[in-house]
Design a protein around this ligand. Structure first.
Ligand code: ZN
Ligand code: ZN
Length: 98
């Protein structure tokens, strides 16, 4: 059986606190075929760092997301946490994950 890996942090996804991210925000014309499954905490981080416009116009692939300096730092930090680890982030730019 394959272990599902989060494309952002490369840790196993586990069963809890996972969510789907549109590489191109759905509210900006993204399609469900561009969904990736990632940890809630990775998802939250993406949306706290990038605006929907930045996601649509620039950071619309996994490669671009994980090359961004703040995401690199986050990946280092989260790599030591349990896969289910999740905490709400007051810096969220949007409450929903679209
Ligand atoms: Zn992750
Ligand atoms: Zn998202």
């Amino acid at each position: 059986m394959d272990i599902e890996i989060c494309p952002i942090c490369s840790r196993p996804l586990g069963k809890e606190n996972i969510s789907k991210h549109h590489l191109i925000p759905k509210s900006r014309g993204g399609k469900d075929s561009e969904l990736i499954e990632i940890h809630n905490i990775c998802h939250q981080k993406i949306h706290s760092v990038f605006t929907l416009k930045e996601l649509r116009d620039e950071f619309n692939t996994v490669e671009k997301l994980i090359e961004y300096e703040e995401i690199i730092k986050f990946i280092k930090w989260v790599s030591k946490k349990a896969p289910e680890f999740y905490q709400r982030n007051a810096r969220m730019k949007r409450k929903d994950f679209l």
